[in-house]
Design a binder for this molecule. Structure first.
Ligand SMILES: Nc1ncnc2c1ncn2[C@@H]1O[C@H](COP(=O)(O)OP(=O)(O)OP(=O)(O)O)[C@@H](O)[C@H]1O
Ligand SMILES: [Mg+2]
Length: 377
């Protein structure tokens, strides 16, 4: 078992609030990724769970037991650091054995566990080497191995792949995912890399300035971002975010923005400043004027970037850039006028003041689509 509950957890450094009032339940066996930009509080939060940093507010529970005051080494948790933190003067074998010696296990038991972990991570041939005689990837495995020998309730990892080159990162990512599946243990994993988060996590915590913006599965966070921040953080290129206004007349709602064709539906009774969001892969580029349902932008192609398997078409819409990810079969050239079209169900609306996602009355799918004229670019 390894259920971690955070209740009102906070940490301030003098006047800086690094983590503020976080409530979070990390379920047993989950692979939970703490994701967010530099300085948002990821490491601070992880170190509090590990017992390496005292919270200034709140409680931490592990399987229902309050461990807030428990020293780090008495918590049944193992941490893997970005720097690996191996003992340079000890061999790999002794590095792996170290946490078990601290636990005062018998020499035979230590030997057995070290061999077992070394074999599972394919580092058996490295046991007599010192850390400086290892590659970055091998050091990373030893650091994971040192956590593994303890057979903890949960693994806490702070950007463990950030020192590896791109190819090794991908390979190690796959290995960690397989390891998680094999062990069935709880993983709490810090990264600012959205690809790692999307591919490894069972759930993602998106952090911003010490607070949780959203907690959900990768699909929920990507497909239904709860805030402009989350929408703009995930995806490459990120979601297109355009200032607009919705206005109502006769029970129908229009989106008003320069270069954007209003699309209408019923369900709101007040006018509102909004941010309209569309994912680049959901923007279709048409070289002829379009009619019919959907939100349309009148744009002009600025750049076409060939990514090999697909292309990114950057368009100017009323002075702002809108990115479309399209098939390379689409032939467009810079300077060309185009119409960008997005299906109604793929449009995200956010309140511009609060940045929060707008939910329609009864959370119903927008219906009753009608058209208006294209506005001028
Ligand atoms: N010991 C400290 N003293 C003062 N401020 C600190 C201390 N440790 C962290 N902070 C501040 O707390 C905030 C969160 O830091 P933290 O290291 O948790 O960020 P992070 O999300 O891990 O960032 P990164 O991705 O750069 O590692 C930052 O503003 C940082 O400057
Ligand atoms: Mg950090």
């Amino acid at each position: 078992m390894g259920t971690i509950q955070l209740s009102g957890i906070g940490r301030s450094f003098r006047s800086t609030v690094a983590v503020g009032d976080i409530d979070l339940t990390i379920e047993d066996g989950g692979f939970v990724v703490l994701l967010g930009p530099s300085g948002c509080g990821k490491t601070t939060l992880l170190r509090m769970i590990a017992g390496l940093l005292e919270p200034t507010a709140g409680r931490i529970l592990l399987d229902g037991d309050d461990i807030t005051e428990l020293p780090s080494k008495k918590r049944d948790l193992a941490m893997v650091f970005q720097s690996y933190a191996l003992y340079p003067h000890l061999s790999v074998r002794k590095n792996l054995a170290f946490p078990l010696k601290v636990q005062r296990l018998s020499a035979a038991e230590i030997e057995r566990r070290v061999e077992e972990v070394a074999e599972s991570l394919e580092i058996g041939h490295l046991l007599e080497r010192k850390p400086k005689e290892l590659s970055g990837g091998q050091r990373q495995r030893v650091a994971v191995g040192r956590a593994l020998v303890r057979n903890p309730k949960a693994f806490l990892m702070d950007e463990p792949l950030s020192n590896l080159d791109a190819k090794l990162r991908t390979q190690t990512r796959h290995e960690l995912t397989a390891l998680h599946r094999r062990l069935g243990a709880t993983f709490v994993y810090v990264t600012h890399d959205q690809v790692e988060a999307m591919t490894m996590a069972t759930k993602i915590v998106v952090l911003n300035a010490g607070r949780i913006e959203q907690y959900g599965t990768p699909e929920e966070v990507y497909d239904r971002p709860e805030s402009v921040f989350v929408a703009g953080f995930l995806g490459s290129p990120a979601m297109n975010l355009i200032d607009a206004r919705i206005t109502t007349s006769d029970g129908e709602v229009a989106i008003e923005a320069d270069g954007v064709t209003g699309r209408l539906w019923a369900g709101r009774s007040d006018d509102l400043d909004i941010v309209l969001g569309v994912r680049p892969e959901q923007v279709a580029v048409a070289t002829a004027p379009l009619t019919g349902p959907g939100v349309r932008f009148a744009g002009r192609v600025e750049i076409v970037e060939n990514l090999g398997g697909e292309q990114i078409v950057t368009c100017l819409v009323a002075g702002s850039r809108v990115f479309a990810r399209t098939s390379r079969d689409l032939i467009v050239t810079p300077g060309q006028d185009v119409t960008l079209c997005v299906a109604v169900e793929n449009v995200h609306l956010f309140d511009r003041d609060s940045g929060r996602r707008l939910v329609w009355v009864d959370d119903a799918e927008p219906a009753a689509v009608a058209d208006t004229e294209l506005a001028a670019v």
